[in-house]
Structures are given as C-alpha cells and as structure tokens.
Design a protein around this ligand. Structure first.
Ligand code: FES
Length: 246
C-alpha cells in the first residue's frame, strides 16, 4: 500500500511551520504508524533531506511518549490505542493522512511533530506523589484495601500522561490527566494524609501552566488511549472543593 502524507514541518520553536506533502514508499499494511514514519525518514535521509522529528520510546503503548494528531484525532482513528499501537492496516491504500503535533499553549512545539510536555511533569512534581512511609512489601500487604477501591485506583493509574486529552480539548484542559493522577493516589489508604494538599497543589500548578477549564465536552475521554473515565473529573472537583474548606 501507499499513502500521501501531509506532515507538519517546523525547524524549531521560533520558526513558522507549514505542511509538507510526501508520498510514502511501498508499505506493508502490518507496519505500525511509527514504522511507516521510520521508512519515510530513511528515504528522506537517503535523499539528503532532514528527517521528520517525532517522539517515541517504548512503542508498546506504555510510556505515553508518542504524540501525533492523525487526520484531526490525537493518536488516530482507533479507540483506546496510542499512536505507536496504530497500524497501517487501519487505513486504505491511497489514503491522505494529515499528521500534526499536539497543539496547545502549554505544549509548545520544539520541532516538527515534537512538543514540550514538561508542564505535565511540573504538575506531577507539585503533588502527584506520596511522602508517608508505606513500609516494606509485607507491611503494605497487611493493610486491607477494598476491592472496588483498588480496581478504581488501578483504572486511574492507567493514565500514561501522553497529553492526548489536552490535544483533543477545545479549552486545552488537562483535567482528565490531573483527575487520574489525583484519584489513583487519593483512593488508596496510603494517599489519605496528603489527599487535599495534593489536589490543591496540582490544580494550582495546572492553572499556572495555562491549561484551560473543563467544560465537560468529553473529547478527552473519547481520545484517551487508556480510556480514563470522565467520572474521575467529578472526583477531582469534589476533592478540590473540600480542599478549599480545609
Ligand atoms: S511510544 Fe510509548 S506509548 Fe507510544
């Protein structure tokens, strides 16, 4: 199969970017989307052209590094998968694919399809951790946790911090990300001592970074590769309201 690619090219953070059109080499439909870009980059290098910069690490849907908007949708057309787990068989021979980076003020573009997501790291650093001593593994195992709570905490902990929620949101809101991080700790007994300090600090940092407010459009949940539920945003709002009374 072959596809036509309209790729966002931008030399650096300050330069103006533009779309550039490429015809892909012959592709195997079972290639991943990133392997397709690898093949294109090899061809560009052989021609003496600058390869396309894009983020990736694990290529297994775990790390949250890959971040491409494909035909207007963060992580592409398939539900519940990352860009690196998207395969060329999801497209048809002759398709035109428009590839862009995440677009949001707090995620400035560094080069081509790579954006700077350190704003997420700073939100995490503001409170996304537990400082109480939880003891050794046997101590932790002696602390009973209701199954419903541990299941819910695990659902929230699936967030890989890719930022697709922000890229999909018309307000560039990071509420789903922050909600997942606040919830997976706040649902566990070990997360209780800092529960309200944590939510306040993380929400304040989110606002400082310039992320927008949530207007519950649900676009974040729709594109989340880990299908994190909007319900966690309700939980975040509740915890934040309580934190203001403390
Ligand atoms: S490269 Fe790690 S999730 Fe895609």
């Amino acid at each position: 199969m072959k596809v036509t690619l309209k790729v966002w090219r931008q030399k650096n953070a300050k330069a103006a970017g533009a779309f550039k059109t490429y015809t892909s080499p012959e592709l195997n439909p079972n290639m991943s989307f990133l392997e397709m870009l690898d093949v294109l980059n090899e061809e560009l290098s052989n021609r003496g052209e600058e390869p396309i910069a894009f983020d990736h690490d694990c290529r297994e849907g775990i790390c949250g590094t890959c971040a491409l908007v494909i035909n207007g949708t963060p992580h592409g057309p398939q539900k519940g998968v990352t860009t690196c787990q998207t395969y060329m068989r999801s497209f048809k021979d002759g398709d035109q694919l428009v590839i862009e980076p995440w677009r949001a003020g707090p995620f400035p573009i560094i080069k081509d399809l790579v954006c700077d997501r350190k704003s997420f790291d700073r939100i995490q650093q503001a409170g996304g951790f537990i400082t109480v001593r939880t003891g050794s593994a046997p101590d932790a195992n002696s602390l009973p946790v209701p199954k419903e709570d541990s299941d819910l905490a695990m659902d929230a902990a699936q967030c890989i911090g890719c930022g697709a929620c922000v890229a999909a949101c018309k307000n560039a809101s990071a509420m789903l990300f922050v909600a997942a991080k606040v919830s997976h700790l706040g649902l566990m007994p070990q997360g209780q001592p800092e529960r309200y300090r944590r939510v306040k600090a993380m929400v304040e940092q989110m606002d400082t970074e310039g992320f927008g407010a949530c207007t519950v459009t649900g676009s974040c949940e729709a594109v989340c590769p880990k299908q994190i539920s909007l319900d966690f945003i309700a939980r975040l709002n509740r915890d934040y309201a309580v934190s203001l009374l403390k």
